[in-house]
Design a protein. Structure first.
Ligand code: PAF
Length: 315
């Protein structure tokens, strides 16, 4: 184990790295392995009157995650990210074991966007033997991904609540690609009176429109090319909405037809729903509306969405 200390402008940075990373790889960014490490780090920032921003991730960082970290840096003085592939949010036949991991690359990327601390807990740190408590948010979790992935959101809210309790940040940033996750976390924060402000970041897309996701790395070249039908389908519906289309079934059909252009796509769901309750809309969309999709390419399940404002219409 290598341990080094660096004095930078305002910070005494201690890097203790079982990964054997040299200090030049992680200067100005503290690697935090235990809950005590995180608490000491954030407490020291708080004592200096600094505001803390938090970005929880499962690692294998891409430009979408880095955008969340940059946004956290706009709201807060100190940014902490976490890298933890959370087993409790994966179903028994899902990709927990094969989920892509690249801790060294992640640390370099997080450092490059000015992250100040990265929490890298192991399984035992997050789920010590004997853990039996979980957090379950009602209603919202029964829909969309919640019905396709039973138990998924309980895993998400349990780990996110634990992380929020550990980091005790002023703000936490989540991506809007996982719209339902963001809605569920906001609900949990409201219901449990957590003293953290949740901030959403717009979906970050590849040049061809595909929403960025760590799971995109699973796609074969042909699947990757065809996967753009998710965003083109949503875009089509968005244009129709701007032109005044408000019938939920017609909006859904537009997206579904476009996705069906891909012979490799297997639709899990295409839903037109109320953006707040996530309840499916029958008939006219009169309030803020979400079109959410989940589509398999082979074993890879991709999600995307589009938020439609009832006021926005080209006159
Ligand atoms: O969005 C994710 O990457 C995960 O669901 C989260 C919020 C880090 C919890 O494990």
């Amino acid at each position: 184990m290598k341990s080094e200390m660096v004095l930078s402008q305002h910070w005494l940075i201690v890097t203790t790295s079982p990964l054997g990373l040299g200090c030049e790889d992680c200067h100005l960014m503290k690697l935090l392995y235990s809950i005590e490490d995180v608490r000491a780090f954030t407490q020291s920032a708080r004592n200096r009157g600094l505001k803390i921003g938090f970005v929880p991730t499962m690692g294998f960082l891409h430009s979408g995650h880095l955008a969340l970290m940059r946004l956290a840096g706009e709201w807060a003085d100190v940014v902490v990210a976490s890298l933890f592939v959370n087993p409790t949010q994966f179903g028994p036949n899902e990709d927990y074991d094969s989920y892509p991991r690249d801790v060294t690359g992640d640390l370099e990327k997080a450092r490059s966007v000015g992250c100040d601390g990265v929490f890298l807990p192991d399984l035992k740190t997050m789920y010590p033997d004997g853990s039996v408590t979980h957090v379950s948010v009602g209603q919202l979790t029964g829909r969309l991904c919640g019905s396709s992935r039973p138990g998924h959101f309980d895993g998400v809210t349990t780990v996110v609540l634990k992380l929020l309790n550990i980091v005790e940040s002023d703000i936490a940033v989540f991506g809007e690609k996982d719209y339902q996750q963001l809605a569920v976390i906001r609900q949990m924060v409201r219901d449990l009176n957590l003293a953290v402000t949740i901030i959403g970041h717009p979906i970050v897309r590849e040049p061809d429109g595909l929403a960025m996701s760590s799971r995109n790395s699973y796609l074969s070249p042909t699947e990757r090319t065809q996967a753009r039908v998710l965003s083109t389908g949503l875009k089509k519906a968005n244009v129709a909405w701007q032109n005044g289309l408000r019938d939920a079934a017609s909006l859904r059909d537009l997206v579904q037809k476009k996705i069906s252009d891909s012979n490799l796509a297997r639709i899990d769901y295409v839903e037109v729903c109320d953006a707040e309750s996530l309840a499916p809309i029958q008939g006219e969309c009169v309030r803020s509306t979400l079109i959410a999709v989940a589509v398999f390419f082979g074993e890879t399940r991709l999600i995307d969405n589009c938020l439609l404002d009832p006021q926005s219409q080209v006159s």
